[in-house]
Design a protein around this ligand. Structure first.
Ligand code: FE
Ligand code: ZN
Length: 484
């Protein structure tokens, strides 16, 4: 923290501070705690010059309060709660992060702990600090990736655990895996200790078990996202066709039968287009205020039959904090929707009568597609498989997708879902990875000026439907209501 800021803040309250106090506060607390210190000084100290003697006891008590609540939160893992008849697990109402250094440390500890726990089911790691006494031995280690450097015929991965740091050298096929690492993911390594390095035979990802079978359900679940209500490019005609289909007014035969069996519609965020999300967005909007956009959204979702439950998650265009995990919409917007709508955060696990769905808007997909060689916007399901392999929704910290350092890393995929449902990239893709269905669900917005500029070609008006033990699609754009 800046010394000037400390001096100024005290001066505002009529105090002069001794330089030793400035030094003390600069090292010990985050800017958001400074106000608390000053507030307590105002209550307890009568002199105009503040010395170390005045500040020390106040500071100690503030710091110990902080430590106490970090401990309390650490013991607790997020549990499921019931919202409108559906079991949900998300950050709504449980965010505790303030963005302090302690929060970042707790966040990365949680990430490391959760992912190494998954890895330890398959490997028995030695601590990195022990490696120096194991020269020539075959070892297994687990660590967080600090960096990856490509040296042509080999790559060096710097791996860290709680006890130390080691360079892992990867050749040939192991190198192929290594250069796909993004940083900040937790992996295992099998290899041999050679001096201060480990020569890797294999990298091991937390991954999902191979044996998981696909679940059979006797009702239908529809997956959509990126409705972008309020946008000029919103596809009203296609949306109305979709609603008519759910109301049984469209098509007979298989397509009609499926509609009858739909019990849930899951929306993976970007409900509205938002305001000021990208430069010159005003030109792309028909509804210019955010409240109006949500009113319109509620009106459109009201066209869906009331016996269908709508699970509504949020994305980067919605009116909620941008850093992930995002809580559900604020109450003033939630109140606009009918009571068949269940509001959830991003990400969120939802239990739909036994079908475990992990909803994630998908902001990190941009980072993965641009960074990992071989990934492409036209085959988004491959990127989703990669998230499952890493057991993390946003492997790399500090790219386009902002992360809020919650004390528990809620972006770790700690439960293996039946379906991983993402949106955000506006292209449609389905796939299966080790028994988990992967969906990136389309959009209800045609190409915007902004997307034209960045050469993003959306696949609008397609819905993914899970029914029995298969996933298919119904199209409401171009070739109308066809199922594949
Ligand atoms: Fe979107
Ligand atoms: Zn988005």
């Amino acid at each position: 923290m800046d010394s000037k800021l400390i001096i100024t803040k005290f001066a505002i309250h009529g105090y002069n501070v001794h330089p030793s106090v400035v030094e003390l506060l600069r090292n010990k607390i985050s800017p958001d705690k400074l106000d608390l210190v000053i507030e307590r000084i105002c209550k307890t100290v009568n002199s105009f010059i503040i010395t170390e003697k005045d500040v020390k006891p106040i500071l100690d008590s503030i710091l110990s309060e902080k430590r106490k609540d970090t401990k309390a939160v650490k013991r607790e893992r997020l549990s499921w709660d019931v919202r409108n008849g559906i079991r949900v697990k998300d950050v709504t109402g449980r965010s505790s992060c303030e963005g302090s250094i302690e929060d970042f440390i707790a966040y990365f500890n949680s990430r490391f702990e959760k992912l190494s726990l998954i890895l330890k089911k398959r490997i028995r790691p030695v601590q990195i600090k022990m490696l120096k006494s194991l020269n020539g031995e075959r070892v297994e280690i687990v660590g967080m990736v600090n960096s990856v450097r490509d040296y042509g015929n080999y790559a060096v991965v710097e791996l860290e655990d709680r006890t130390g740091v080691v360079n892992v050298i990867a050749y040939d096929r192991v190198k192929e895996d290594a250069i796909k690492l993004l940083g900040d993911e937790v992996i295992g390594v099998l290899g041999t200790v050679r001096g201060r390095n480990v020569i890797a035979d294999r990298l091991i990802f937390p991954d999902v078990p191979v044996s998981k079978g696909r679940r059979r359900i006797d009702f239908g679940v529809v997956f959509i996202s990126d409705t972008h209500f309020g946008s000029r490019e919103f596809l009203q005609r296609e949306w109305d066709l979709f609603a008519s289909w759910l109301n049984g007014e469209l098509g007979s035969g298989e397509v009609g039968e499926i509609a009858e069996r739909v019990r849930y519609v899951v929306v993976a965020g970007d409900i509205v287009d938002g305001v000021g999300v990208y430069p010159d967005q005003e030109k792309d909007l028909v509804i210019h205020d955010i409240y109006g956009q949500y009113e319109f959204a509620a009106e459109q979702l009201d066209k869906i039959p009331k016996d269908v439950k709508i699970v509504l998650s949020v994305g980067n265009h919605d009116a909620i904090r941008q850093a992930e995990p995002q809580p559900a919409l604020p109450k003033e917007y939630r109140d606009l929707f009918s009571n068949n709508v269940v509001h959830v955060g991003n990400p969120a696990y939802v239990d739909l009568d036994g079908l475990n769905v992990l909803i994630y808007h998908g902001r990190s997909l941009d980072d993965l597609i641009t960074k990992v060689p071989g990934f492409d916007y036209s085959r988004p399901q491959e990127v989703l498989a990669e998230l499952l392999k890493r057991r993390h929704l946003c492997p790399r910290y500090g790219e386009k997708a902002p992360i809020a350092p919650e004390k528990e890393d809620l972006l770790v995929i700690d439960e293996v879902p039946d379906v991983l449902h993402c949106g955000h990239i506006h292209t449609y893709g389905i796939g299966v990875y080790r028994g988990v269905y992967l969906v990136t669900s389309s959009t209800w917005q045609s190409q915007t000026e902004f997307q034209r500029k960045i050469n993003l070609k959306p696949d609008p008006g397609i819905v993914a439907v899970y029914i029995d033990d298969r996933m298919g699609k119904v199209k409401f754009y171009d070739e109308r209501n066809s199922i594949g």
